[in-house]
Design a protein around this ligand. Sequence first.
Ligand code: 4AD
Ligand code: MG
Length: 454
Amino acid sequence: MQKTLIKQALATDKPVQGITLCGWIRTRRDGKDVTFVELNDGSCLTNLQCIVDPKSQAFADLGSATRGASVCITGNLEPSPGKGQQWEVQVTAVQVFGEADPEAYPLQKKRHTDEFLRSIAHLRVRTNKYSAVFRIRSEASAAIHAFFRRSGFHYVHTPILTGSDCEGAGEMFRVTTLSPGEKDLLKDFFGRQASLTVSGQLEAEALAMGLGRVYTFGPTFRAENSNTPRHVAEFWMVEPEMAFADLGDIMDLGEELVQSVVDGLLTSSAEDLRLFDRFVEPGLLDRLKKLTASPFARVSYGEAVEILERSGREFLFPVTYGVDLQTEHERYLAEEHFGRPTIVTDYPMSIKAFYMRVNDDGETVAAMDMLVPRIGELIGGSQREERLDVLKNRMLALGQQMSDYSWYLDLREFGTTPHAGFGLGFERLIMMLTGIANIRDVLPFPRTPGSIEF
Ligand code: 4AD
Ligand code: MG
């Protein structure tokens, strides 16, 4: 079978004799003299219109195949006299792979709610909206890899099974081969407690101390019980780590990365983005173009708290210096006060992770969060504490088990360097790119508390 993708077929500038296309029927309309089949193969948003003559063998072979059926169609690609499309296929042969009973097929002609489509996650990829989201995920991944290649970063693969808790927050899924009731960790697979990683950062730091600039892009897991539109238990994180770099360097890197991905997608995913601009977030394309055109706002945590206090807003969680910023605060800053992505720096030490570099004031750390309108935190990162004694004291104060992190401390013992990095939540980036408001709708098979059906 020499197959052509619909995307390729539609890009042609002249008719093609003898073309074969495989896909799923989106709609079928039977007229007296002609049958129209709209075919989609996932290569692009647009369907290809196929014309079947009711007197032909192809029509007989098409049988009762209709919406949802998978077919292979051979024919001639010709200019379409009809409105709405440039090309159509005059069908000469049809092979049906699998029919779909139109009564039982869960995807009906009407527009379904996102909630319903979540319950049929295995089928929703066959709708315009979800196929577009998943193509955008693919394009955004490619744009991220391209950006880092251009910028001299090596792509590294950090482990998913881990013995250390990167964020020190204890929100980890345990991994064990012990039977229920068995408690002796020495008998466990690894002879000690093991978990699914919450971040590849610690291992990325080790690799940066030899490769210079690295990034990971992989799945991460959080057992936090937050049922919000922005949290899932399994998500993908992009984590660059740079040797010989400080906070300013990674703020620049984060801003360049986000702008470069958006800019690339405005071209590579133009058709899919137009769908979201039309049906999901009117004004999306303008918002994305603006985002690439002007620098992001930058503000210290202290200034951010003053802005929030002065705002006159009644927040659900009142703001005072020292509290962690909540999504409502983050959104106020990025959406209303600055009206663009905003990088907040220098948070109080008490609310940030152990590895962040302590500032000269002894109270704040060289942290940065990038907040974006509608979503809140997209990126979290910092300069890392490279001074062995300072790091040890911080870990002791937090009651961390030094023996669990001996290799991490070694990095400061041997050839330590100033270094910095961040983590970008890939699903939140996709939310930003599409205007989709619920993180469950940008992952093919989302995992949330109490939900792992697929
Ligand atoms: O701010 P976080 O927790 O930072 C880290 O894990 C660092 N170790 C990263 C680093 O410096 N290399 O997470 C980073 C980003 C967040 O800004 C957010 O976008 C996303 O990961 N994120 C989540 N996305 C979806 N669901 C969750 N439960 C998330 N938790 C964090
Ligand atoms: Mg964070």
